[in-house]
Design a protein around this ligand. Structure first.
Ligand code: URA
Length: 296
């Protein structure tokens, strides 16, 4: 299958620093890291434009043991004034009910500072969940996502869109007509509400939000989950990878994990990639691994 892009569209993608994904020939390896460096070199420009959306430094290679939360720390926080228990029966909800439940959730303090909940974005859905092959899981909405009610709309989101375009994927509500580019992708986050000042998600907040993500996966039944960043990786792999909190993200890459039976590939968060040009090559390798796994 070849990508049916005309000259102008190819030039546009080149301008954005996007290399078109080509299916590997039988028994051929995924593109080498050297190719990938070239593919993303022009994204140095994007790094220069990277705004204050994500100010925090990249995750340390190894978490200091003292900062590692014990599994018990993931227990839901006690309801505080103005909060309410999570809606009952999430595990049985259909897609529309799940959307309503997230929109009205007051199970943690993030509901008091959010402007919008961010359920996720994908192809239009009715009673049933959208039909998608891919699920992208990020960390949490930032300021722009909180305002827009949509995940990954800031600079990190632009990089994500470019990376997806290189795989011939685009988000479901993108009206631009791109022949050969599929919209069979749903994008969401571990947290559905923005942590104030873009701080890291709190373990209790992750615990409160977890059933929503779990139900999304059950209903979407994607063929591949791409976990972007350590919070997505830890949240999805906590039951399958012992001591996942202690494992550096880099060590979770390069293999196919499972969440509820769905293959999971771990990669770097796009906000981190905007500051770390060298790791964009590795992220491209992760995408190729995910694509190759999905095709097989
Ligand atoms: N970073 C995330 O992890 N998710 C978003 O939606 C935006 C930025």
């Amino acid at each position: 299958m070849s990508l049916d892009l005309d000259k102008r569209q190819r030039a546009m993608l080149r301008e954005m620093g996007v290399r078109i994904w080509q299916p590997p020939p039988a028994a051929a390896a995924v593109p080498s890291a050297i190719d990938s460096v070239a593919a993303y070199a022009s994204l140095a420009e994007a790094e220069a434009r990277f705004d204050a959306e994500r100010q925090r430094p990249p995750a340390p290679a190894v978490r200091p043991p003292a900062a590692t939360p014990a599994p018990a720390a993931r227990a839901p926080a006690a309801p505080a004034p103005g909060l309410a228990p999570r809606p009952a029966g999430i595990e049985l909800m259909a897609w529309p009910a799940l959307q309503v439940a997230v929109a009205g959730c007051r199970a943690c303090a993030l509901c008091t500072s959010r402007k919008n909940t961010v359920f996720g974005v994908g192809p239009e859905a009715g009673e049933a969940a959208p039909v998608v092959d891919w699920l992208i899981v990020g960390e949490a909405p930032g300021e722009m996502e909180d305002l827009a009610g949509e995940p990954f709309v800031g600079q990190a989101g632009k990089l994500l869109d470019n990376m997806l375009l290189a795989l011939r994927l685009q988000r479901g509500n993108d009206d631009a007509l791109r022949p050969g580019v599929a919209k069979n992708i749903f994008i969401t986050n571990v947290l559905k509400c923005r942590p104030p000042a873009n701080r890291n998600p709190d373990p209790a907040e992750v615990a409160q939000c977890e059933p929503y993500l779990k139900r999304q996966v059950e209903l979407l039944q994607p063929k591949m989950i791409l976990a972007l960043g350590k919070f997505a990786a830890q949240s999805l792999l906590q039951d399958s990878v012992p001591d996942v909190q202690k494992i550096p993200l880099g060590k979770l890459r390069g293999q196919v994990h499972r969440y509820l039976g769905v293959p999971v590939v771990v990669s770097y968060h796009p906000a981190y990639l905007l500051r770390s040009l060298g790791d964009k090559a590795k992220a491209w390798d992760d995408l190729c691994l995910a694509m190759t796994q999905l095709k097989t």
